[in-house]
Design a protein around this ligand. Structure first.
Ligand SMILES: Nc1ncnc2c1ncn2[C@@H]1O[C@H](COP(=O)(O)OP(=O)(O)O)[C@@H](O)[C@H]1O
Ligand SMILES: [Mg+2]
Length: 239
């Protein structure tokens, strides 16, 4: 049974389709990367799944339950058990790392003992134990990235959405964090939906790649199939 399903989903902004007749099934534990140029609808797909916007047409299911349908949100974002990490990390600047992690746990009414256990575990997994009592502004870009990851994962989401999370990092750090995301996904086992316009990043992270263009799926397949597809496109372009 797929954990995520989009069935004939369309989303319009002022009559222009951002996502058009979009169909996607994701199995539990997959790492699906949505790859495409700026403006092709990648972020909109994530926002639809998170429940921030309703689809104008079509159906979205999580764990076989309809969560959004034909202009309506049936299940609110906070009930969807989805974690999110975006390019601008939106860490709370006035809170320490620990407070950033604890906030969502408290909001969900999780008891002190369980909060402590989870925070300790995730600080260790994301290798930020030593920054526990620091404010985000005192940390480097890569460290802040790990805090954003930890803050999402401490809530034990079954699905993690990442929207261009590494785009602002330099090349070496970008590659290192790819490795860390893969390791965490293996250890924790969440289903990953990852958005990027960077092919190398997609090849590295994905178990399956969805290539999007103009709100639609142009091609989908394994990273190897995606590579062959791009190589063939290059061959057809005559210079
Ligand atoms: N809130 C919005 N209001 C109006 N147009 C939007 C809004 N969000 C996205 N769009 C438009 O929808 C299309 C897809 O956007 P988006 O999903 O952000 O693409 P991507 O993430 O691939 O860059 C773009 O043409 C964008 O301008
Ligand atoms: Mg985007």
């Amino acid at each position: 049974m797929p954990i995520i399903q989009f069935q004939n989903v369309s989303k319009f902004y002022e009559k222009k389709g951002a996502v058009l007749d979009f169909n996607l099934k994701v199995e539990k534990g997959e790492r699906v990367v949505i790859l495409g140029h700026s403006g092709c609808g990648k972020t909109t797909v994530l926002r639809l799944l998170a429940g921030f916007v309703p689809p104008d047409r079509g159906k979205i299911l999580i764990d076989n339950e309809v969560v959004s349908i034909d202009g309506k949100i049936l299940k609110e974002p906070e009930e969807r058990n989805i974690g999110m990490v975006f390019q601008d990390l939106a860490l709370w600047p006035h809170m320490t790392v620990r407070q950033n992690l604890e906030f969502g746990l408290k909001a969900r009414g999780i008891k002190k003992e369980e909060r402590e256990k989870r925070i300790k575990q995730i600080l260790k997994l994301t290798q930020i134990e030593e920054f526990e009592n620091k404010k985000p502004s005192k940390l480097s870009g890569g460290q802040q990235q790990r805090v954003a990851l930890a803050r999402a994962l401490v809530l034990h989401p079954k699905i993690l959405l990442m929207d261009e999370p590494l785009s602002s990092l330099d090349f070496e750090l970008n590659i290192r964090l790819r490795r860390e995301i893969l390791k965490l996904q293996k250890e924790i086992g969440f289903t990953l939906l990852y958005v990027t316009h960077n092919r190398e990043e997609a090849f590295d992270i994905a178990s399956r790649i969805i290539i999007m263009r103009n709100g639609k799926i142009l091609k989908e397949g394994s990273p190897e199939e995606a590579k062959i597809y791009f190589e063939q496109i290059l061959k057809t372009v005559k210079i």
